[in-house]
Design a binder for this molecule. Structure first.
Ligand code: 5GP
Length: 369
């Protein structure tokens, strides 16, 4: 018989972090944002556990470079060629941008080709340890996913491997036999249509709790992927014990994200000389990697057995990525001072999470300038 689990699964908007007296931190400057990660398969990396999504719009060189130079982690999307990635590696080396936290993404389809691509990167462009691989599939439950993961691990024994996406803890242990980081989240993304088209998905807060618990029991790590609306959600993910957070939408409106700025004209409610005032607003394109747009661009069209599980959006232009990254670092550090955590690593130990019906006061939101 089909069962309905009685527990209500929670999302970021259902919770808040309750400030409390902890160790006395005088300033946000005293918070250590960087953390040492000791991975299950033997490697270590250091940084603030934030990734850009491995999507064509934000998994690009310019976004990756900025995150890496801020001590964060970065992915590159899987549609770059070996030579394009190679040239990027070379430019980072000359500009002294650290590459220790850069993840190269591969897909599940044509695994042999994908592994050869990584080997070519190794032989042609000296992509040697430290090296990191992201194996990405919208649905890591499909049969061949585990085989591909095992194959990648057998070929790159010394790599840090992140694999996903999944949305239940039952699969975590199996994946951690080969992977170091499990990417968790199905249906939460801002450009995602999976929940609409398939009815499948799990709210992020409950998912993080469940997967972190299982993964940490065997020294695995998790990355909470998708659904970050506000920087506070990143703080919540860390407080819930997610080791990493991956985000797309919050980076997609920046100068560094791929795509041109699109200008649109808007009629405002203001009237001057009997005419409505027209305003120009700037936008950037952001699309899901399972959208029809992405299928047309990268896979020669939608297969006739598929439905589009992603949308194409024009989202407000937000300016320099540096400003967003600064806000993230400031927000996370400030959260630590509210809960008395001296470092990001300690956030989950210090946080008290409360369930709420109303997390934000939006009364003047439409008057924002
Ligand atoms: P965001 O930060 O924009 O909320 O979410 C980014 C995440 O959405 C990505 O890292 C990825 O996991 C997910 N995603 C990207 N493209 C698609 C898509 O076309 N369909 C679905 N279901 N998820 C997507």
């Amino acid at each position: 018989m089909t069962q309905i689990l009685p527990e209500v699964y929670l999302d970021y908007s259902d919770i808040l972090i309750r400030p409390k007296m902890g160790i006395n931190l005088n300033s946000r400057k005293d918070v250590n944002l960087s953390r040492l990660f000791k991975f299950k398969h033997g490697q270590t990396r250091t940084g603030l556990g934030i990734f850009n999504a491995n999507m064509a719009t934000v998994g690009n060189f310019d976004v990756a470079k900025k995150l890496l130079s801020r001590g964060m982690f970065a992915t590159l999307h899987k549609h770059y060629s070996v030579d394009e990635i190679g040239k990027f590696l070379e430019s980072c080396r000359t500009e002294n941008i650290p590459l220790d936290n850069l993840f190269i993404t591969i897909g599940l389809r044509n695994a042999d080709n994908e592994i050869n691509k990584l080997k070519e990167l190794e032989s042609k462009y000296n992509w040697v340890s430290p090296r990191n691989i992201c194996i990405d599939a919208p649905n890591f439950y499909i049969g061949r996913a585990l085989d591909v993961l095992a194959q990648v691990r057998n070929n790159f024994n010394d790599a840090v491997i992140m694999a996903g996406n999944i949305a239940s803890s039952d699969i975590c242990l199996k994946l951690l036999d080969y992977a170091d980081i499990i990417k968790c989240g199905i249906g939460s993304g801002s450009a995602c249509l999976t929940r609409k088209q398939t009815g499948c998905g799990v709210p992020m807060v409950s998912l993080i709790l469940e997967c972190a618990d299982v993964a940490h029991s065997v020294n695995g790590h998790i990355c909470a992927d998708g659904g970050i609306v506000d920087i506070g959600d990143i703080c919540k993910a860390f407080c819930l014990n997610s080791d990493f957070v991956m985000a797309g939408g919050i980076f997609a409106g920046t100068d560094e994200a791929a795509g041109d700025i699109v200008e649109k004209l808007f009629e405002t409610s203001e009237i001057i000389d009997n005419k409505r005032v027209i305003q120009t607003k700037c936008f950037k394109q952001y699309y899901g990697m399972s959208s029809e747009y992405a299928n047309n661009k990268f896979a020669g069209g939608m297969s006739n057995y598929k439905t589009s599980e992603g949308r194409e959006l024009l989202i407000p232009y937000t300016g320099a990525l540096d400003k967003v990254l600064q806000d993230i670092m400031g927000g996370v550090a400030s959260c630590c001072t509210y809960i008395g955590a001296s470092s990001v690593k300690h956030m989950s130990k210090c946080a008290t999470i409360i369930q709420v019906h109303n997390q934000l006061n939006k009364v003047f939101e439409k008057y924002s300038v």
